[in-house]
Design a protein around this ligand. Structure first.
Ligand code: NDP
Length: 246
């Protein structure tokens, strides 16, 4: 049974990594959580089961955030099921690395489609559907400040996200809806770890003065703050949660 007094949060990319931790944090904070995923239905179902196992309420919904019809179905399903929407977190994202070269234009298009077009679509739909007092939280990255070789497409996509956050905050004037981004440094998830040697991981982990990789929970706590009662006066900001990485 749906409890109409509970606040509803939609988290994209919540089957794994940072998004999964955000889903758990928001569920612990009393939100009903819509757990979006792209292809990993069993992981998303496990996230829902874990939340329900702790007495929370959650629903897994498949959607490709780069596809407008898919994003529309995700929001429709959320509103049909729960009747309101208070928080939207866009954590879904991909990171493929390659130099800026004509040969890598397909990679650039793929990265921009998920990370930037997807952010546009999710944030736009959030702007249409959120209740008064709502919160929109996007994921950027602290790697913007590093300009590492190979990160061109990823950094371009996240720089775009940071631009969208500030413009949308202005466009929502008068609706009491905040729009912010959290920009993590390196976090120990598939996205960061895959394809790197132990040496590469250690050397990147050592870059921050706190000398470790973030765990997804480090980032979920920051998102929980922005989504919760103490985060309401933070608006149009990029919170760099990175242990001092940049
Ligand atoms: P993971 O690779 O661990 O998880 C990615 C998640 O996004 C999965 O749930 C995946 O679903 C989902 N996803 C991927 N593409 C789509 C799509 N087109 N539509 C819907 N869902 C999709 O990544 P992280 O948790 O590490 O990253 C989360 C966010 O944080 C990203 O935006 C990333 O850029 C950002 N970030 C990550 C950092 C890091 O070091 N990890 C650092 C800075 C920023 P499925 O399981 O179904 O494939």
């Amino acid at each position: 049974m749906t409890d109409i007094t509970r606040k509803i949060a939609l988290v994209t990319g919540a089957s794994r990594g940072i998004g999964r931790s955000i889903a758990f944090k928001l569920a612990d904070d009393g939100f009903t959580v819509v757990v979006n995923y792209a292809g990993n239905a069993s992981s998303a179902a496990q996230v829902v089961a874990d939340i329900e196992g702790k007495g929370g309420q959650a629903l897994a919904v498949q959607a490709d955030i780069a596809d407008p019809q898919s994003v529309a179905r995700l929001f429709d399903k959320t509103l049909e099921t729960f009747g309101r929407l208070d928080v939207v977190v866009n954590s879904a994202g991909i990171m493929d690395l390659a130099p800026i070269s004509t040969a890598n234009i397909d990679l650039f298009d793929r990265m921009l489609a998920t990370n930037l077009r997807g952010s546009w679509l999710v944030m736009a739909k959030a702007a249409e559907e959120l209740q008064e007092g709502g919160r929109i939280i996007a994921l950027s990255s602290s790697v913007l400040a590093k300009s590492f070789p190979g990160y061109g497409a990823y950094i371009a996509s996240k720089a775009g996200v940071e631009g969208l956050v500030k413009v949308l905050a202005n466009e929502l004037r008068g609706r009491n809806i905040t729009v912010n981004a959290v920009a993590p440094g390196p976090v120990a998830t598939d996205l960061f770890l895959e394809g790197k040697s132990d040496e590469q991981i250690q050397s990147i982990a050592a870059m921050a003065p706190l000398e470790r990789l973030a765990q997804p929970e480090d980032i979920a706590g920051v998102v929980g703050f922005l989504a919760g009662p103490n985060g309401g006066w933070v608006n149009a900001q990029i919170l760099r949660a990175n242990g001092g990485f940049a």
